[in-house]
Design a protein around this ligand. Structure first.
Ligand code: FAD
Length: 314
């Protein structure tokens, strides 16, 4: 069985190689590099059991991820590697996905382990903010994984041979056109001590003014569930909290009309005190709340604002 490993950093490539050697006995591991490895790097890769380093043209890397993945997929085909294992950095994930697409190969990203079973290769991935692990069966070879798994690299191993590999196709080239700054002022929800978060319990954008008034009175930032910023566009993307948004840990988190789906919860469950208002007594946010009010935000918010104003004398 042959595997090809790749990372922008030799240390990570060596870690992945050592990991594959530890879980797949007998695997022959080569590494791909877009620059000439130093003697130290070759020592490291040798210590991990890498037998060969293929040097791909630096221009393929410089031209961006599509071109780098074209070169890698060509190398997989040439070496007949059954596994392409890429260190799961941001760039690595993209390069691996594009290489898999070119190879028409199964792909699993952000894996924490790979093992061989009687059905095929099984990769484990952390999902839903790391709260769960999913198992993915990779039925065909070659397959591609992006991995965050490594094993101890030995010292004093035999340095691998280095061979140049000239790619025939350059792949699509991407060109940087423009950096577009977000329109809104920057919001640092992660540092906020208090957050008033709004969800689909609000019927119109204008109604958010109630939540904004509450936030002003208690010196809180406004946050939201994803549908409010992503689908309805009532607030900027910077304010959405959860798996695909910000992870926050304020002293006080007030959730108004938010159901509390797991994708939202992973972004706010480190809050110290959670207060929520929801018409549904069975809304999942209840289990995360220190104070849970069953009721209508349209009735409770005006009352709360009036009482607060009385208390604060404003
Ligand atoms: C890959 C993926 C990533 C995602 N990432 C995120 C993420 O990062 N953050 C996120 O938030 N979501 C995320 N989602 C979406 C998530 O699954 C939910 O759809 C979303 O969190 C629901 O938003 P919500 O609670 O505002 O709306 P709903 O689930 O529709 O809940 C609205 C709640 O308001 C209550 N309500 C209705 N009327 C009133 C009223 N008048 N007064 C009081 N309560 C009322 C209802 O009882 C209900 O509980 C993601 C989904 C996917 C698939």
């Amino acid at each position: 069985m042959k595997a090809l490993v790749f990372s922008e950093k030799a240390m990570q490539a060596a870690g992945v190689a050592a990991y594959l050697k530890s879980v797949l006995p007998g695997v022959e591991v080569s590494a791909a590099s877009f620059s000439e490895p130093s003697q130290d790097e070759l020592g490291l890769l040798g210590g991990a059991g890498v037998v060969k380093v293929w040097m791909l043209p630096q221009s393929a890397w410089a031209a961006g991820e599509p071109s780098a993945s074209a070169a890698l997929s060509e190398l997989v085909a040439k070496t007949e590697a059954e596994i392409l294992a890429v260190w799961a950095s941001k760039t690595g994930n993209e390069v691996a996905a594009r290489a898999a697409q070119r190879l028409k190969a199964p792909y699993a990203s952000e894996c924490v382990s790979v093992e061989k079973t009687s059905e095929g290769f099984v990769a484990k991935r952390l999902v839903l903010g790391g709260g769960y692990t999913s198992k993915v069966l990779l039925k065909h070879s070659p397959f591609v994984v992006s991995l965050k798994a490594s094993a101890e690299v030995g010292v004093g191993g035999q340095k691998p041979d280095v061979e140049k590999f000239n790619v025939s196709s350059s792949g699509p080239v991407i060109e940087f056109v423009e950096l577009i700054k977000p329109e809104s002022a920057h919001v640092e929800l992660e540092k906020a001590e208090a957050i008033v978060a709004v969800g689909r319990g609000f019927k119109k954008k204008e109604d958010l003014s109630m939540a904004e008034e509450l936030a002003r009175l208690i010196n809180a930032e406004i946050g939201c569930s994803r549908p409010i910023s992503g689908d309805l566009k009532w607030l900027s993307e910077e304010r959405h909290i959860g798996l695909s948004g910000k992870r926050v840990r304020p002293k006080l988190y007030i959730a108004l009309g938010i159901s509390g789906q797991v994708q939202h919860l992973v972004g706010m469950r480190d809050s110290r005190t959670v207060v929520s208002v929801n018409t549904d007594p069975n809304a999942p946010i209840a289990a995360e709340s220190d104070y849970f009010f069953v009721g209508d935000v349209y009735k409770i918010l005006p009352l709360a604002i009036t009482r607060l104003k009385e208390k604060l004398g404003s």
